[in-house]
Design a protein around this ligand. Structure first.
Ligand code: B12
Ligand code: SF4
Length: 524
C-alpha cells in the first residue's frame, strides 16, 4: 500500500469563534479518539493532526493534496463537519466521520461522508486505510462489535496532545481514560447498554509517571463515562505511581460512588473537580444512591451528600436533565431551586432532554410516539433546542419553568452565595464566569427570546407543535451567522434530517430477519 496523506481533525466546537472562553477552554475539550487514530495511522502513513478550537484556518493548516480526512464530531458540530467534508471531497480527498455524531446519526452522516464509523478499534481503522476509496452518494458504515479493549496512552498520544495544549494559554488539561461503558442503565444515556470494562492499568501508570516528568503539577481530565466504578483498582493505580496530591484530577462520577471514605481517598490523591449526575428528583435513584426516595426527600438527601462532597473536593458541578417524562407541574423546578439554595457551593448544570438519534433505546419510544422534532443538529448541544416534545408540559409552560430555574440559578444572589460557599480561588471565579457568560446570562437571554417567539411568531410555534417541518428563519439565520465562511460549503439539504431514522432502521432490520425486502434496505 502506498503512503497516504492523512488529516485528522478533532472538532471541539461547532463553529468558528473569537470568544475569550473558547480561547481558554476549547483546547481542553479535545477528544482522545482522534489522537488514538493519529497514532494508529502514523504507523504507516503521513499524518497531519489539528484540534479545531474555532480559531484555526483549516485550509491553511492542512496540506492541499490530502488522500484521506478523518473528522471527529459531536452532533452539535455536524453542520460544521458536513461543510468541511464537502470542501475536502471537492479537493479530492476521501472523508471519514467518527465520534458521538457518527454513533448517533449514521444514517444521516452517510450522505455526506465516504465512511461513517461507530465503535472504532485498530481493525476498523485498518479496513478504512486499506480500502480508502470514494463511497458516494451513500457512505459505508463500519463499526467494531464492541468498544476497543486497549487504546494508546498519553505517552503514545503526546505528539498530538502537546500542540493541542499549546493552544490553551492558562489551563492545560491532559485527556486520559481508564474505563469504557457503564454498569448503570440510565435509560437516556448512550452507555446504558455498553458493558463496563477497565482499560489497561499498566498503561495508565506509565502515563501518570510521564506527566509528572513533563509538568510541575499536571492536570488530568478523566474521560471515563463514570469514573471509579472499580474504585479500589483505580485508586491503587494512582497511589502506586503518584505521590499524594501532586496531580490535579477532574472526573465525572455518580453520587453512588462518592461515599465519605471514597471522598477522603479522592482528596488525598488530588481530585479537584467532580461532576456527579443527579438528573431527576423522581428517577435514577440507584445512580444517586437515594433508592426509592423522591421529591423533597431526595432533595434533602442529595443536598446533604453534595455539601459533604464539597468538604473534600473544591469544585462540584451537579448535572440535571430538564423535561424528563417523570416531571410534571412546577414541583421539579421548585425542588431544583430549593437544592440550589441548600447547596450553594455546587455549580448546577442543566441539560434539556435530548434524544440523540440512536444513542439510547429510549429514543425509539420517543420516535414511536412521534415526539422527536427535527431541530438542526447545530442546536443539539443540550441547550439550544430540546428535540423531544415534553410529555407533561406545553412548550410555553416548559420554557417558563426553564427560564424561572435559570434566573434563580444565575441570579446575583445565587452567584454571591456560590462565591461565599467556595474557598479556593479557581472554583470561586470559575463559577462567577460561568454564570455571567454565555452559559448563565447568555442562555437566559436565548430562552427568553424563544419564549417570546412562541407567543408572537406563528411559523415558530407551528414548528414546535410539529405542524410544519419548515425550519423557522430564526434558526437558519443563527446557523448561517455561526458558520460564517463555511456556510458556503454546507451541502444542500444538510439543515434537515429525519428525526425517526433510528426507528425506521430498526423496523427495516426486523423485516430483513424475516426475509422481507423493503425500500428501506439501503438504510442501516
Ligand atoms: C467525556 C465526555 C465529555 C468530556 C470530554 C469531551 C470530548 N471531547 O471527548 C467533556 C466534559 C468536555 C464533554 C463535553 C460535552 N459533551 Co460529553 N461526554 C463525555 C462522555 C461521558 C464520554 C465520552 C468518551 O470519551 N467516551 C470514550 C470514547 C473512547 O468512547 P466513545 O465516545 O464511545 O467513542 C467511540 C466511537 O464513537 C469512536 N470515536 C470517538 N471519537 C472518534 C473520532 C474519530 C475521528 C473516529 C474515526 C472515531 C471516534 O471510537 C470510540 C471507541 O469505539 C459521553 C457520554 C458517554 N457515556 O459516552 C458524553 C457525550 C459524548 N457528551 C455529550 C455532549 C452533548 C457534550 C456537550 C455538548 C455538553 C455541553 N452541553 O456542553 C459537550 C461538548 C464538548 C465538545 N464539543 O467537545 C453527548 C454527545 C451526544 C452527541 N451525539 O453529540 C454524550 C454522548 C452524552 C449524552 N448526552 O448522551 N463530554
Ligand atoms: S451512570 Fe452516567 S454513564 Fe452510567 S448509564 Fe447512567 S448516565 Fe450513563
Amino acid at each position: 500500500m502506498h503512503k497516504l496523506r492523512i488529516a485528522i481533525i478533532d472538532l471541539t466546537t461547532k463553529a468558528p469563534t473569537r470568544t475569550l472562553y473558547a480561547r481558554v477552554m476549547n483546547a481542553n475539550l479535545a477528544s482522545i479518539m482522534p489522537q488514538a487514530i493519529a497514532v494508529w495511522c502514523e504507523e504507516e502513513h503521513d499524518v497531519t493532526f489539528v484540534c479545531y478550537t474555532g480559531f484555526e484556518n483549516l485550509v491553511n493548516e492542512l496540506p492541499d493534496n490530502l488522500d484521506l480526512v478523518f473528522i471527529g464530531a459531536f452532533t452539535e458540530a455536524a453542520q460544521l463537519a458536513y461543510s468541511l467534508s464537502n470542501l475536502f471531497r471537492l479537493n479530492g480527498a476521501v472523508t471519514v466521520l467518527g465520534g458521538p455524531h457518527a454513533r448517533c446519526y449514521p444514517q444521516d452522516a452517510r450522505q455526506y461522508f465516504d465512511y461513517v464509523l461507530g465503535f472504532t478499534d485498530k481493525t476498523v481503522i485498518r479496513d478504512v486505510l486499506n480500502d480508502c476509496s470514494q463511497h458516494r452518494p451513500i457512505g459505508m458504515y463500519l463499526f467494531a462489535k464492541q468498544q476497543p479493549t486497549t487504546l494508546p496512552g498519553v505517552v503514545e498520544r503526546w505528539k498530538f496532545i502537546e500542540p493541542t495544549l499549546r493552544k490553551s494559554p492558562f489551563i492545560k488539561i491532559v485527556p486520559m481514560i481508564g474505563s469504557l461503558g457503564c454498569p448503570y442503565t440510565c435509560s437516556f444515556c448512550i452507555d446504558s447498554v455498553v458493558p463496563y470494562q477497565l482499560l489497561e492499568l499498566d498503561v495508565i501508570k506509565e502515563d501518570l509517571r510521564f506527566l509528572l516528568r513533563k509538568f510541575r503539577r499536571p492536570r488530568v481530565g478523566w474521560h471515563d463515562p463514570n469514573f471509579g466504578v472499580r474504585f479500589n483498582d483505580c485508586m491503587e493505580t494512582i497511589e502506586e505511581v503518584v505521590p499524594p496530591d501532586s496531580i490535579d484530577f477532574i472526573a465525572e462520577s455518580s453520587l453512588s460512588l462518592l461515599s465519605e471514605p471514597h471522598l477522603k481517598r479522592l482528596k488525598r490523591n488530588g481530585f479537584k473537580a467532580i461532576l456527579p449526575g443527579i438528573e431527576s428528583w423522581y428517577d435514577m435513584g440507584n445512580k444517586s444512591k437515594t433508592g426509592a426516595k423522591n421529591g423533597m426527600d431526595k432533595v434533602l438527601q442529595v443536598s446533604e451528600h453534595v455539601n459533604m462532597i464539597l468538604r473534600y473536593i473544591p469544585y462540584v458541578q451537579t448535572n440535571f436533565v430538564l423535561g424528563l417524562d417523570v416531571d410534571e407541574g412546577s414541583e421539579p423546578f421548585d425542588l431544583t431551586k430549593r437544592f440550589v439554595d441548600m447547596t450553594p457551593g455546587a455549580f448546577p448544570a442543566y441539560s434539556l432532554l435530548s434524544a440523540f438519534g440512536q444513542a439510547a433505546p429510549l429514543n425509539l419510544e420517543y420516535q414511536r410516539a412521534n415526539r422527536v422534532l427535527p431541530f438542526p443538529f447545530h442546536f443539539l448541544d443540550n441547550n439550544h433546542a430540546m428535540n423531544v416534545k415534553p410529555k407533561n408540559y406545553s412548550w410555553a409552560d416548559f420554557y417558563d419553568h426553564v427560564i424561572d430555574v435559570t434566573k434563580h440559578t444565575y441570579s446575583w444572589r445565587s452567584i454571591f452565595n456560590r462565591l461565599r460557599a467556595n474557598k479556593s480561588t479557581i472554583p470561586r471565579w470559575m463559577n462567577v464566569v460561568r454564570a455571567v457568560s454565555s452559559e448563565g446570562f447568555g442562555r437566559l437571554r436565548y430562552y427568553t427570546e424563544l419564549r417570546q417567539r412562541l407567543d408572537t411568531d406563528v411559523q415558530f410555534r407551528d414548528y414546535f407543535e410539529q405542524q410544519t417541518n419548515e425550519l423557522p428563519q430564526f434558526f437558519v439565520d443563527l446557523i448561517r451567522k455561526d458558520l460564517g465562511p463555511l456556510w458556503e460549503w454546507l451541502p444542500k439539504g444538510a439543515l434537515y434530517h429525519d428525526p425517526n431514522a433510528y426507528l425506521k432502521s430498526e423496523i427495516d432490520k426486523s423485516l430483513k430477519t424475516v426475509g422481507i425486502s423493503t425500500p428501506l434496505q439501503e438504510s442501516i
